[in-house]
Design a protein around this ligand. Structure first.
Ligand code: FES
Ligand SMILES: [Fe+2]
Length: 343
């Protein structure tokens, strides 16, 4: 499946790109080098010198310019070659590299790899990740050896928590709830309300630590092509939402190649919830287990079976729980088709 190109993708966490350093990542099958200008503003270039195709991230950052490590051509943050140290110093017209719009927002470096003009107002809202939001945050990253749509289907069908994450972030009775799916301008909402279920360990730790049954919910928002926001929590059966019983799960997928994905995840607990370093560390540890040790092996294995085949061509059995994943897959296919027709 091709990628939707005219969209904002997560390149990395803001903190991944440190002053004075060059950060390489493959995104949408293109090698990209990210760095910061002296004023801290981020920049991104195609990671390939046009002379002999050396990755630019192997060079060095000199103020605002990258110097290629092989023969010293220098490129500014717009990709223009600004110095040729050889001969008369003339700069050939072809000595330039592609630059990408980037935005530093919500502690995330967003990148726009399409040909159309980047519109920063289309960056999905993750204000809870802002440093001044008052939310208590944990962050992580895991490399998935599967296509981002397969990983996204995992996130839009959370019935799997009853099996894959049983006891950790899910419990057996949760399987009885079907999702409510609604769509709003290509943004998908997949909500699950699960009354009177065993409390999973993560939520028991945050909520009452008494092991008593709870009402649980999972409300997932998907913004195409690959940004997810989960409002998940538990409350006393029949009771009201309490501040310590819930958090936002932030799930951000970026295709690396057609078969691999950068998966950035974070949790954001609301202001007023109990936060101490030990709880934060334990929450981060348990969530990493869920995604890196429980989801990842399954989705990686799924990719090995699917290979390059079209999923519809494989005639998957469809269940009621697939409503969200099917809508997502159809929406991505439509948006990619529309993009191709208009470019
Ligand atoms: S390969 Fe970069 S300057 Fe020669
Ligand atoms: Fe999962």
């Amino acid at each position: 499946m091709a990628f939707l190109r005219n969209a904002w993708y997560v390149a990395c966490w803001s903190e991944d790109v440190r002053p004075g350093q060059l950060f390489h990542r493959k995104l949408l099958d293109e090698d990209v080098v990210l760095f910061r200008k002296p004023d801290g503003a981020p920049a991104a270039l195609y990671d390939r010198c046009p002379h002999r195709f050396i990755p630019l991230h192997l060079g060095s950052l000199k103020g605002e310019v990258i110097e290629c490590c092989y023969h010293g051509l220098q490129f500014d943050c717009s990709g223009r070659c600004v110095k040729n140290p050889h001969g008369d110093g003339k700069i050939p017209a072809a000595a330039k590299v592609r630059s990408y719009p980037v935005a530093d927002r919500h502690g995330i470096l967003w990148i726009w790899m399409g040909e159309r003009e980047a519109d920063a107002s289309r960056i999905p809202d993750y204000a809870m990740l802002d440093a001044d939001s008052g939310f208590h945050l944990t962050r992580g990253h895991v490399h998935i050896e599967a296509n981002y749509v397969l990983m996204g289907e995992n996130l839009l069908d959370l019935s799997h928590v009853a099996y894959l994450h049983d006891g950790l972030i899910g419990s057996p009775q949760m399987v009885e709830t079907l999702p409510a799916v609604r769509e709003d301008n290509d943004v998908l909402h997949v909500d699950r309300h699960m009354p009177n279920v065993d409390v999973p360990a993560v939520f028991d730790m945050l909520f009452r630590q008494d092991g008593q049954p709870v009402d649980a919910w999972q409300n997932m928002r998907w913004v195409p092509p690959s940004c997810y926001l989960l409002d998940a929590g538990v409350k006393a059966p029949g009771g009201e939402r309490e501040v310590m019983g819930w958090y936002y799960g932030i799930h951000l997928l970026t295709p690396e190649t057609s078969r691999t994905t950068h998966y950035h995840f974070a949790s954001a607990r609301p202001p007023g919830s109990v936060s101490d370093p030990a709880t934060d560390a334990e929450l981060a540890r348990l969530r990493r287990i869920a995604f890196a040790e429980q989801d990842k092996p399954i989705v990686d294995a799924q990719q090995r079976v699917v290979g390059d085949q079209d999923l519809w061509g494989m005639k998957p059995v469809l269940l009621a729980i697939d409503a969200g994943p099917v809508r997502m897959r159809r929406t991505i296919e439509r948006l990619i088709t529309q993009e191709k027709e208009t470019t």
